[in-house]
Design a protein around this ligand. Structure first.
Ligand code: NG6
Ligand code: CA
Length: 512
């Protein structure tokens, strides 16, 4: 008996000590962190440079995005790191050029996580500074390490690279599995109806877009003819998980509600929210409230839907009294594409809208429209409204947000541009390597260099010029924003200088 009492006393004393330890850390953290601003990255999927009113669009009304642009700093030379999604998102979170990682290319829904769990990331470094860190929306950086069992906790994923909260779609809206995954668990999964996924072959008896056109509410144009979910044919095959499947038309509302709840739950401490919207990536599935509202078909309608979402999200920040203490970064993962694989009237109803604005190319392209995207920083009372011509890249958010949170974390590729993002300096990046489906090009000052590449000059299916040519291309973007005149022959010295400087950065590129 005595012994037992002693043991209980010992346990009590020990737990008192460990509580004390925890309490000390928490209170130190909060007092040190009270001054730190919240950080929200609103990240669009395939939204082009010319899509917002504030960036010159006349045919689409985007009042809420414009309010960010006009009330904040609107960058005219702001770049995604890549002309496709996975590489841009990889670079955004890690501050490392995506062409340094051979796995940073468009991933299937079953791909393994491509961020090393030992690697530093924006959420990790912010977490170490006392931030709550969350991702809501599109992930597309792979999950797990090998074959995934979708019916148990899926790991590693966002929660293992720095996010303490995640509610995501694994890859893209057009790829299986078409389910939400919250903190590693498929939402609403019925264990009696397990999910199976394959990117190799169909599951026996399951309908596909190729074999069952009669079941489709949206027809495929190229690719996208595997499993049918909600009448929409997808990339990849999926079986089971019926109760867990998302309703495409509700996706915007679903993520918005979660983003609003996240803000409310974390308003008393600094938080970082990476809010990765799915619009206007295919399949474009506006909620019925937005159907027909743009006159441009689903592509325009989902941009209006996203604009509304952003307005609602901003209202939440306002109601919670957080606007003056929150930095918002708004951008897009790559440039625009009109037909990305479905017959959805995007081409037919585009009218005079120019998704890329005055830029040449689009998604997948080494021309400017592939990577130059809307890029806005907004912070009420801290950033003076204006326009910045400084060259900035999403790659720089890593070191810049680190600086904002009092961390000296940095990488070889990511530059601390905090003063530029806050409008205190106009000295942006001098040079930048951009990437499009494993090819790279170089921008320095007002010059853009595209090295020769084999491969089609144009992807006819999506109707986009890819930037491939057998010769060097050199453009002066100040005089010729639309990259119409190749100056490689008339400016040999400039060409040599650009080639030299490009190779000084990219020589170790060839990741085969
Ligand atoms: C392509 C898809 C395209 C889109 C893209 C990824 C086909 C024919 N095309 O392979 O529709 O899903 O991948 O887009 O399958 S991204 O924005 O996530 O990079
Ligand atoms: Ca994209």
């Amino acid at each position: 008996m005595k012994n037992r009492q002693l043991l209980i006393v010992a346990i009590l004393v020990m737990s008192l000590f460990s509580c004390k330890d925890d309490a000390a850390t928490t209170s130190e953290m909060t007092s040190a962190d009270d001054t730190k601003p919240n950080i929200v990255i609103i990240y669009m999927d395939d939204l082009g440079f010319g899509e917002l009113g504030a960036y010159g669009a006349t045919e689409l009304k985007t009042p809420n995005m414009d309010a960010l642009a006009n009330g904040g700093l609107r960058f005219t030379n702001g770049y995604a790191t890549s002309a496709t999604c996975t590489p841009s998102r990889y670079a955004l979170l890690t501050g490392v050029y995506p062409w340094r990682n051979k796995n940073a290319k468009i991933l299937p829904g079953s791909a393994s996580l491509i961020i090393d769990t030992a690697q530093n990331t924006i959420p990790k470094l912010l977490k170490s500074k006392g931030y709550a860190t969350g991702i809501i929306g599109k992930w597309h950086l792979g999950l797990g390490a090998g074959e995934i069992d979708w019916n148990t906790r899926i790991s590693p994923g966002p929660n293992e690279v720095g996010f303490d909260y995640s509610n995501i779609l694994a890859a893209t809206q057009d790829r299986v599995p078409t389910v939400y995954i919250k903190n590693g668990e498929v939402v609403n999964l019925d264990p009696k109806d397990p999910i199976e996924v394959s990117y190799e072959k169909n599951f026996e008896g399951e309908p596909t877009g190729l074999d069952n056109p009669e079941m489709l509410k949206m027809k495929w144009h190229h690719g996208h003819n595997n499993s049918i979910v909600n009448g929409i044919p997808r990339i990849g095959f999926m079986k089971g998980g019926q109760a867990a499947k998302w309703v495409d038309e509700d996706m915007a509302d679903y993520f918005l509600a979660d983003a609003q709840a996240y803000v409310k739950q974390n308003k008393d401490r600094p938080f970082f929210l990476y809010y990765a919207l799915q619009q206007p990536h295919v399949p474009r599935t506006p909620h019925p409230r937005f159907v027909g509202k743009s006159g441009m078909g689903p592509r325009g309608d989902v941009i209006l839907e996203a604009d509304w979402v952003i307005g609602e999200f901003m209202k939440t920040l306002e109601i919670e009294g957080l606007l003056k203490n929150t930095l918002i970064v708004f951008s897009s993962d790559n440039g625009p594409v009109v037909n990305d694989g479905y017959y959805d009237d995007a081409v037919e109803k585009l009218g005079d809208h120019k998704p890329a604005g005055p830029l040449r190319g689009g998604k997948y392209s080494l021309f400017e429209a592939g990577t130059r995207v809307p890029f806005i920083t907004y912070w009420k009372g801290a950033i003076n409204p204006g326009v910045s011509e400084a060259m900035v890249s999403q790659l720089d958010l890593f070191s810049s947000l680190a600086a904002l949170a009092d961390s000296d974390a940095t990488t070889n590729d990511s530059k601390n541009m905090l003063d530029v993002f806050l409008g205190k300096s106009k000295d942006g990046r001098e040079a930048l390597v951009i990437e499009a489906t494993s090819r790279t090009a170089f921008r320095k000052g007002e010059w853009a260099l595209i090295p020769p590449y084999n491969g089609a000059a144009r992807n006819d299916l999506v109707n986009i010029e890819l930037g491939n040519d057998t010769v060097y291309q050199l453009y002066n973007l100040k005089e010729d924003m639309g990259q119409k005149e190749n100056l490689a022959l008339s400016h040999p010295d400039k060409l040599q200088e650009m080639i030299r400087e490009y190779h000084a950065i990219v020589e170790d590129q060839q990741t085969e």
